[in-house]
Design a protein around this ligand. Structure first.
Ligand SMILES: *Cc1c(COP(=O)(O)O)cnc(C)c1O
Length: 388
């Protein structure tokens, strides 16, 4: 009896999970080192916003820190607080900047606010007047029109002799609008603008390139680069073969295999009608898990690129999605898989080494970033790391 109970304790939940996610931290750190090499003379930072693109900021942040990353970028102060213990003496930049009421969290966790508007700058000056020296970064808008001081504001601030001595930015940065589109003239224009900013802030580190910008070449590297998606194995540049290693595998269990006759329909809205006698695998993943409904085989009028929808991978073959993806379940057509090679309990790969993340994104009419950051809360997670 006790043996029986012990054997319960020994169960690894990963082995029986309905839905599971494997994050290969060795591939992740190799990707980061690759981006660091491609950054040439510049230091490579690491962007771990949105829970490290959905993969888990704690494990991912620690692996990147151990690999040598010392400049991290998060979106919010909360993310910075979560990351701090895993990246003990690294610089952590908070891209959303600082709000009144968050100063204490910045100071206590040694986070660097990225000042990106005139309001934030005015508030920051007041903070410095009260608390004294503290580092900040400045975001300058060179054409994206999202966050950032305008060029005029940034250049005037650089020359402002009346600014307090305690105001000491450690980084000036900007962000490319078309970094993923290498021929775009916008890249050259933003580079020209950012060169002026960088020159005006002599002695302060400069940063322009995210993943895609790193591939634009050394002109774009400045002192610090900010790779994100490439570290996670995603495509950064349109139309370029992806040189990064896949990092994430998502799998879901087949709950049931059912036989359906030719002429019958599948799922909500009868979105698919079967043209032959078929077998369907009913799999434990749906749009609540980030398996986006726009990958359905039918009934998705807004998706034009790939009207047939997405596919999974099972027993060495691609298996197409059948009908509409539902909240918790997806039907896959497994008719072409030999009957003895598919049974309830088997796992279908949703994305990973056989179904590339960016192919899933294309069949959903979106980008790999959105697939990763949509990964839901139901996956059992496993982090792989090979000791060297
Ligand atoms: C998200 C982000 C990055 C990282 O971009 P990737 O395309 O994922 O490499 C870099 N800089 C800023 C300002 C960002 O918002």
């Amino acid at each position: 009896m006790t043996d029986f109970i012990d054997s319960f304790d020994d169960e690894d939940p990963f082995d029986s999970a309905s839905l599971r996610l494997t994050v290969d931290l060795t591939a992740l750190t190799e990707n980061w080192k690759d981006m660091a090499r491609r950054s040439g003379k510049a230091r490579a930072g690491a962007v771990v916003k949105a829970d490290a693109y959905g993969l888990g900021i704690e494990d991912t942040g620690e692996a990147l820190f151990l690999a040598g990353a010392r400049d991290f970028f998060v979106a919010t102060v909360e993310e910075g607080v979560t990351l701090r213990p895993y990246a003990p003496d690294a610089r952590i930049f908070v891209l959303a900047g600082i709000w009144p009421g968050t100063e204490r969290r910045f100071f206590e966790n040694d986070l660097v606010p990225v000042i990106s508007s005139e309001e934030q700058l005015a508030f920051w000056m007041a903070v410095l007047a009260e608390y004294g020296d503290y580092p900040c970064a400045l975001h300058v808008d060179t054409g994206f029109n999202r966050l950032g001081l305008s060029m005029d504001e940034a250049l005037a601030l650089a020359d402002d002799v009346s600014r307090p001595a305690s105001f000491a930015p450690v980084l000036v940065m900007s962000h490319l609008a078309c970094g993923d589109d290498h021929p775009s003239e916008m890249n050259r224009q933003q580079l020209e603008s950012f060169r002026q900013v960088s020159a005006a802030y002599e002695g302060v580190d400069s940063s322009l390139a995210a993943s895609a910008g790193i591939f634009l070449g050394s002109d774009y590297h400045f002192d610090l680069t900010r790779p994100g998606i490439a570290v996670y194995g995603g495509e950064a540049v349109n139309g370029m073969a992806n040189p990064m290693r896949p990092v994430v595998t998502a799998e879901a269990r087949i709950i049931q295999v059912r036989t359906v006759k030719a002429g019958e329909t599948v799922g909500y809205g009868r979105a698919m009608q079967l043209t032959r006698d078929s077998r369907l695998a009913i799999v434990a993943a749906g749009y609540a898990d980030g398996y986006l409904r726009s990958q359905s085989s039918g009934g998705v009028p807004m998706r034009q690129a790939l009207p047939q929808g997405g596919h999974g991978f099972l027993a060495g073959r691609k298996v197409p999605v059948a009908g509409r993806i539902t909240m918790d379940l997806t039907m896959f057509d497994v008719t072409d898989i030999p009957e003895n090679a598919v049974r309830a309990g088997d796992y279908v790969e949703l994305f990973g080494k056989n179904v590339l993340l960016d192919d899933v994104a294309r069949s959903a009419g979106t980008i790999g970033y959105e697939i990763l950051t949509s990964i839901g809360l139901r996956h059992e997670r496993r982090y792989l790391f090979e000791e060297e």
